[in-house]
Design a protein around this ligand. Structure first.
Ligand SMILES: NC(=O)c1ccc[n+]([C@@H]2O[C@H](COP(=O)([O-])OP(=O)(O)OC[C@H]3O[C@@H](n4cnc5c(N)ncnc54)[C@H](O)[C@@H]3O)[C@@H](O)[C@H]2O)c1
Length: 279
């Protein structure tokens, strides 16, 4: 059973939602946490509100910038000595219809949701291997990394990538003291529905004009009615302690896995049948 007391964690996207709730859950279990985010005003306010100055530090960290993630790692090591848990959690969403999504927006979400995770792993894993103590790399994907829906193709593509990347990473680290977990929640209360206003094609414009839109409204409503971030963070802590790889939070999605597997296997079997016919 993995324990958290007096271990050190690095959490991206720690100023809000899931990352903030994970930070609080870690501190409640005795861990030290470096909170990282691009929204430093919010980060500072949340860190002060937790009021655990011995356990917490914060840093501005743009996860798309590998040098910034390396600098944040160095600051974490300087403050806490070692890092045991890396939460590659910062992420954004982006809705749109294929054929109408700006390529620069695709690049933006890929750089944050996928490369941000890669940067965290590449920056922290070598040091975790060297100190050799028990730890965990926790990548935030989404249920959207298993089941696609229309009108969010860049989000799904990046989250499927994080799931696949995490599965490969887990295999690589199988015989090491470092476990891997991949978070695959459906809706959790947070500010994620505002994230797409930061995309290159919307940045700097009045966010209000994008809000009168069915995709925005339905996403906001689903997130607002989702699981509390605190409840999800508790599940994350339990899952890490038990070295569970996939972390799901929604009983209603179980049949979706069956449908997806059945469809894949039906096409697989059909291809095999066609191959036999051709040979
Ligand atoms: N809330 C949900 O329903 C839900 C469901 C599935 C997965 N997720 C995933 O959970 C993760 C956390 O999202 P959330 O729901 O807590 O949203 P949130 O918007 O409340 O928090 C995300 C945080 O990430 C930060 N951030 C954004 N871009 C960044 C960057 N380039 N560098 C550093 N920090 C950055 C933001 O400032 C914000 O504080 C994301 O990866 C998201 O895709 C959320």
């Amino acid at each position: 059973m993995t324990t958290f007391k007096n271990k050190a964690a690095f959490v991206t996207g720690a100023a809000s939602g899931i990352g903030l709730a994970i930070t609080k859950a870690l501190v409640a279990r005795g861990a030290n946490v470096m909170m990282a985010d691009i929204d430093v005003d919010r980060l500072k306010a949340e860190m002060d509100a937790i009021d655990a100055p011995d356990k917490l530090a914060m840093i501005h960290c743009e996860v798309t910038d590998y040098a910034a993630v390396q600098a944040a790692r160095d600051a974490t090591l300087e403050r806490f000595g070692k890092v045991h848990f890396v939460f590659n959690n910062a992420g954004v969403s982006l809705a749109g219809r294929s054929g109408h999504i700006a390529i620069k927006d695709w690049q933006w979400i890929t750089d944050i949701n996928l490369m941000g995770v890669v940067h965290g792993v590449e920056a922290f894993l070598p040091g975790m291997r060297v100190h050799g103590e028990e730890g965990c790399i926790v990548n935030t994907a989404s249920m959207a990394g298993h089941t696609p829906t229309p009108y969010m193709p860049p989000y799904h593509a990046t989250k499927f990538a994080v799931v696949g990347y995490s599965e490969a990473l887990e295999m690589e680290l199988k015989d090491s003291p470092i476990s891997v977990s991949v978070l695959c929640p459906t809706w959790v209360k947070s500010n994620i529905y505002n994230a797409s206003f930061g995309s290159p094609s919307k940045a700097g414009q009045d966010a209000e004009k994008f809000k009168n839109n069915p995709v925005y409204e339905s996403t906001k409503s689903l997130v607002d009615n989702g699981m509390s971030a605190e409840k999800f963070a508790d599940l994350v802590m339990t899952s890490i302690a038990k070295k569970r790889f996939y972390v799901f939070n929604d009983p209603e999605v179980r049949p979706v896995f069956d449908m997806r597997r059945d469809r894949i296997l039906a096409d697989f079997d059909a291809c095999m049948a066609d191959l036999k016919l051709d040979s």
